[in-house]
Design a protein around this ligand. Structure first.
Ligand SMILES: *[C@@H]1O[C@H](CO)[C@@H](O)[C@H](O)[C@H]1NC(C)=O
Ligand SMILES: *[C@@H]1O[C@H](CO)[C@@H](O)[C@H](O)[C@H]1NC(C)=O
Ligand SMILES: *[C@@H]1O[C@H](CO)[C@@H](O)[C@H](O)[C@H]1NC(C)=O
Ligand SMILES: *[C@@H]1O[C@H](CO)[C@@H](O)[C@H](O)[C@H]1NC(C)=O
Ligand SMILES: *[C@@H]1O[C@H](CO)[C@@H](O)[C@H](O)[C@H]1NC(C)=O
Ligand SMILES: *[C@@H]1O[C@H](CO)[C@@H](O)[C@H](O)[C@H]1NC(C)=O
Length: 395
């Protein structure tokens, strides 16, 4: 893990940073319209749906999915190992992952420990690498999430999932290697008990936490990563050293989707549970006014930004920056997304017009793996793989 800081200085990344510094915002464009239903060069395909049966023992739940996706998962894991080996040519990092991390898994809470063991078993990938892969999602997820309410009080929740930052730029075809390799791993999951849907999510196969999900007729939830210096990754290092009082973000979102009983219950759990790393939780409910962005430090909720229709706040939007601070100049997806939402106006907000917003560069960028559109009613979910043809912002 100690190597990831150095990754930031890879030559390709530096080159891109330099290019962007000299040419600010060269990739923006007018707000897109009529991009839905998805087609054309920014649409890369649909994703399959799998049922995850919660009545099975945890170690068996992921067998079907792994049966279909283990080859693609191996490719991604190998890519991550190759990067680690580039920075630590001794091969020691991979040794540590395979041997030491695997033993830490036993200390993870049920059912996550057994699910990870089951995935390792059915994919043939060493347990330590499966664990690292799960941790990665929590660290490298840069995204845009939106909850919006239309004039009739109906709620929409959507997100672009951007993933793979700094993990290898492919000069030959101007793309992030990992972002490309992750696309075949995107799946919609339908978690069932007694043959009935408990919640649905959009996931990478092999990841057992949740970054986007809906609990039908109760709430919708997305998580965005929060780069923060107030304790940032200290919690993760403490976890490796044996401290166990904080929760992995993806495990909290999973627990909330599986077991929270209302919008308010979900909100309380997301705001109050101690975490290993800071995060943004974007939560939507079923009734007018039920939508918020919760900005979390490891220990506390720093801010809850609620919808407030009377005051004109008919949407909340989160990228990867605190709303009371300006976004990083090099990575301003917030202003273009807000501009397009403002132009659309509450009168015209709908899943298709939100898809337009999420299709406008740089909200859509080279890291964008997929776009997920959700409605809480009946747990309606649509997921589309994305592509951002040149010219396009690297993030
Ligand atoms: C591992 O998988 C094999 C079949 O792929 C199965 O027979 C075995 O019981 C599994 N072990 C565990 C611990 O799940
Ligand atoms: C990009 O290039 C790599 C080899 O450099 C190739 O394997 C891959 O298929 C290419 N991807 C696309 C989308 O063209
Ligand atoms: C779920 O449905 C299948 C067939 O559709 C059936 O065999 C099984 O017993 C059902 N399980 C439960 C828990 O109802
Ligand atoms: C949700 O609650 C059930 C019943 O108490 C429990 O078996 C399950 O492990 C919980 N799920 C998670 C993800 O904690
Ligand atoms: C969008 O509208 C809101 C509310 O009127 C305003 O505060 C914000 O500055 C606008 N943002 C952009 C980028 O137009
Ligand atoms: C809103 O939708 C109506 C009807 O579809 C259309 O006439 C109008 O131009 C739209 N307004 C905006 C700002 O897009």
């Amino acid at each position: 893990m100690a190597g990831w800081g150095r990754e930031l200085l890879s030559p390709a990344a530096l080159l891109i940073v330099a290019q962007l510094v000299w040419a600010p915002d060269p990739y923006g464009e007018e707000c897109r319209s009529k991009t839905y239903p998805p087609s054309g060069p920014t649409f890369k395909g649909n994703v399959p749906t799998y049922v995850i049966n919660l009545d099975l023992p945890p170690s068996k739940r992921w067998d079907n999915l792994m049966h279909d996706k283990k080859t693609e998962l191996k490719t991604v894991v190998q890519n991550i190992k190759d990067i680690a080996n580039t920075f630590f040519p001794s091969g020691k990092v991979v040794d540590i992952v395979d041997n030491k991390i695997a033993r830490l898994t036993a200390t993870l809470p049920y059912p996550f420990n057994e699910e990870l063991q089951g995935i390792a078993n059915s994919s043939g990938i060493p347990l330590g690498e499966i664990v690292i892969f799960n941790i990665f999602y929590e660290i490298f997820t840069v995204c845009t999430s939106i909850v919006a309410e239309d004039k009739t009080g109906k709620l929409y929740h959507a997100r672009n999932l951007d993933f793979g930052l700094f993990l290898g730029w492919d000069v030959k075809n101007n793309s992030w290697t990992l972002t490309r390799e992750l696309k075949p791993l995107v799946v919609n999951l339908d978690f069932q008990r007694n043959n009935k849907t408990v919640f649905k999510s959009t996931n990478f196969a092999g990841y057992i936490g949740m970054v986007s999900g809906v609990k039908p007729d109760l709430f919708t939830l997305t998580m965005n990563e929060r780069f923060s210096l107030d304790g940032g990754y200290v919690g993760i290092f403490e976890w490796f050293l044996g401290r166990r009082d904080g929760m992995w973000m993806g495990f909290l979102t999973r627990t909330v989707l599986e077991n929270a009983t209302s919008y308010q219950d979900a909100k309380d759990k997301l705001a109050k549970t101690r975490l290993l790393a800071p995060a943004y939780f974007i939560l939507g409910g079923k009734n007018s006014g039920e939508g918020c962005v919760i900005t979390r430090s490891r220990t506390a909720s720093l801010d809850i930004w609620d919808l407030d229709i009377k005051k004109g706040t008919w949407y909340v939007l989160e990228t990867n920056y605190d709303r009371w601070k300006p976004p990083l100049i090099l990575d301003n997806r917030r202003t273009p997304a807000m501009k397009c939402l403002n132009q659309t106006m509450q009168e015209n907000i709908s899943l298709p017009t939100i898809y337009d917003v999420l299709s406008t560069k740089p909200v859509l960028n080279k890291l964008t793996v997929c776009t997920t559109l959700m409605e809480v009613y009946n747990g309606h979910t649509e997921t589309y793989l994305r592509e951002c043809p040149d010219p396009c912002s690297p993030w």
